[in-house]
Design a protein around this ligand. Structure first.
Ligand SMILES: NC(=O)c1ccc[n+]([C@@H]2O[C@H](COP(=O)([O-])OP(=O)(O)OC[C@H]3O[C@@H](n4cnc5c(N)ncnc54)[C@H](O)[C@@H]3O)[C@@H](O)[C@H]2O)c1
Length: 284
């Protein structure tokens, strides 16, 4: 199946990155946000990211113009009705994702493929609210999407081989390397990453070291590009908290239990870079 039109639900951190890579790869993209202000912010993020790519010589100015012309923003899910593929990138909450897919199933023709960018939640469960479970797969991009080369493709219990093959061709066509994973909480990367990030928060909570020293230790001692608390601020404390909660719910293993400090930060609106404050402070 040839894909031409891509719908993206959510233009947050991940949705905006997905919109950008699709448009830069020649797809027509319609992106839906919940209201006009969020849509403006999201499209502003796409614009700023493409400008940075031009400044760094990664994208030509005419290619940026062409990509921009392929992107349409909307607040109506119905405008995604003639998509060949819809990628969902709303907040990491199962009920919300199911609502989105239930509604899309009503709006889109049977041929449309549905992908979720979930970090941890079950694809099989999302597929269960549609009449096309064979056409539903996980397509997990990484942040920042234009830079990070990996996509995890997740096979739900009923995902067809054809859907997996089309998903792979699509992810490769937007410049990504694909790994395939079964529908298991956290897939490959978050299965390994989440306990590590939670342990870093526990170390801070216990007063084992300062935030700076925890980050410096990992950065220099393990040669990671950044320490775990800086990484948490990039990913989003809220998003990581929801991922941990979902994984804990599935595994019932305390390795995935979010430390109290994370919950407090979520409630206090300290979500990391996107809100200007997380483990560190950021100027907008
Ligand atoms: N942040 C990361 O590093 C990362 C990486 C890979 C995957 N993900 C996954 O991508 C998805 C989105 O995460 P994000 O980091 O872009 O979050 P974000 O907070 O930046 O964006 C969340 C999006 O959800 C939308 N939303 C919020 N409430 C809604 C509602 N009631 N109805 C419909 N839409 C609603 C928002 O408008 C926004 O577009 C999540 O499933 C997350 O697990 C995140």
């Amino acid at each position: 199946m040839e894909l031409k039109r891509v719908g993206v639900v959510g233009c947050g951190l991940m949705g905006s990155g997905i919109v950008e890579v699709c448009a830069r790869s020649g797809y027509d993209v319609v992106v839906r946000e919940v209201d006009d202000d969020l849509l403006k912010n999201g499209l502003g993020r796409v614009e700023a990211s493409m400008r940075r790519a031009v400044e760094r010589g990664k994208l030509s100015a005419p290619d940026m113009q062409a990509a921009r012309a392929r992107i349409k923003g909307t607040t109506k899910l119905a405008d995604l009705g003639d998509s060949d593929l819809v990628i969902e990138a709303v907040v990491e909450k199962m009920e919300l994702k199911k609502d989105v897919f239930r509604e899309l199933d009503r709006l889109c023709p049977p041929r449309t493929l549905f992908a979720s960018n979930t970090s941890s939640l079950s694809i099989t469960e999302m597929a269960s609210v549609t009449r096309r479970p064979q056409h539903v797969l996980g397509m997990h991009f990484f942040n920042p999407v234009p830079v990070m080369k990996l996509v995890e493709l997740i096979r739900g219990l009923q995902t067809s081989e054809e859907t997996m093959a089309t998903g792979r061709r699509f992810a490769e066509s937007v410049g990504k390397t694909v790994v395939v994973c079964k529908d298991s909480p956290g897939f490959i990367v978050n299965l390994l990453l989440v306990p590590y990030m939670l342990d870093a928060v526990r170390a801070l909570e216990l007063g084992i070291a300062t935030r700076e020293d925890i980050d410096t230790a990992v950065h220099l001692g393990l040669a990671h590009p950044m320490g775990p608390l800086t990484l948490l601020d990039y990913v989003g404390i809220d998003t990581t908290y929801y991922i941990a909660e979902a994984m804990f719910e599935e595994f019932k293993d305390t390795r995935y239990a979010a430390p109290p400090l994370m919950k407090q930060m979520v409630l206090a609106g300290m979500h990391g870079r996107k809100t200007g404050r997380g483990f560190y402070e950021y100027k907008s």
